[in-house]
Design a protein around this ligand. Sequence first.
Ligand SMILES: Cc1ncc(COP(=O)(O)O)c(C=O)c1O
Length: 391
Amino acid sequence: MNLAARISRISVSKTMAVMEAAIKLRDQGIDVVDFGPGEPDFPTPENVKQAAMRAIQENFTKYTAIGGIKELKKAIVEKHARDFGSKYDISECVVNLGGKHALFNIFSAVVEEGDDVIIPTPYWVTFGDIARFVNANPIFVDTKESDGFQLTSDILERSLTPRTRMVVVNSPNNPSGAVLEDAEFDRIAELCRKKDVLLLSDECYSHFLYDGRKPFSIASRTDLKRHIIIAGSVSKTYAMTGWRIGYVLAQPEIIGAVVKLQSHSTSNPTSISQRAALEALTGQQESVGVMLAEYARRRKFVLDRLRAIPGVKCAEPGGAFYAYPNISAAFGRGGIQNSVDFSARLLDKAHVAVTPGKAFGTTDHVRLSYATSMEQLDKGLKRMHEFMVSL
Ligand SMILES: Cc1ncc(COP(=O)(O)O)c(C=O)c1O
């Protein structure tokens, strides 16, 4: 079977492999602690569920406008303006089927074959594969662990090529939890304007920030709007991963292109999910604070426990719900040569699932999601500590 070249350029998400191995062990009745999943362990807030049920009862179950209902687009731009000081009209907003779909459609709309797309390492796996799918060149740019995995305008300037079309920034970051300093983000955006390069900001984790840090969006730089594209999602903020609602904020030409693509592919995002997202954005916000407080408690617990493991170092994650410890002290011991070996042995011997850093473009790390209960965190970290000591 000759498959199309575009599909052969991409691979199944590497984060899936760990999940599959963990499921296999579970099926054998083994008690596996799973630090793999990148999704909130909280239920969708009650008011959101009620809004969806009302939508069904009111027969709001038909096609809607392809780019999303007007009320939802209005809610998105107004909330973004309140939270971050951005200034978008509803003609600069389109609703998609999740943040991933938003990213896919942005790449499809603005990146040409042969263009370079700059992606800082460590990166979320999907960015590189979408770039490859549209036949662009993902240019992975290293950041320093000692600087907390921060992309800087200096690093970016050195990485730009005449073919650079877009720079992708994801802050707070999956997998490292790194949060760009606001001033550095500004400098990066200034540089993008100067070089006439698009800046795609993935704000999927924008509301999960710790130590009292205020949410920031580069869209607050309304003077740089022409060069900025925002990809957002309700998935993580409102524990709505299954509902599939994301959005793009960008200049109207880009929005029009995304709507055109959706008109021949997905059509509108699910009508019921749109009503649910509308309630999430306009209704009570207490649940977001409750989740954030719990993530903050877990983050401290995880960091303290990881740093107590001999040989393990861990940069402080400023946001999201991931820790990205350096486990290279285990290399050369017990037959472990790299983070893939480490993850496989940890799962096999200690029944703890983590995602190898290789999936995110670094050699010395593994990713742990702390979107899981304190009991699981306690059990899994105890096992990981004993495993390291046993090597
Ligand atoms: C960095 C990043 N961006 C975007 C997404 C997409 O989320 P969704 O498609 O559920 O909105 C994820 C999900 O894990 C993510 O980690």
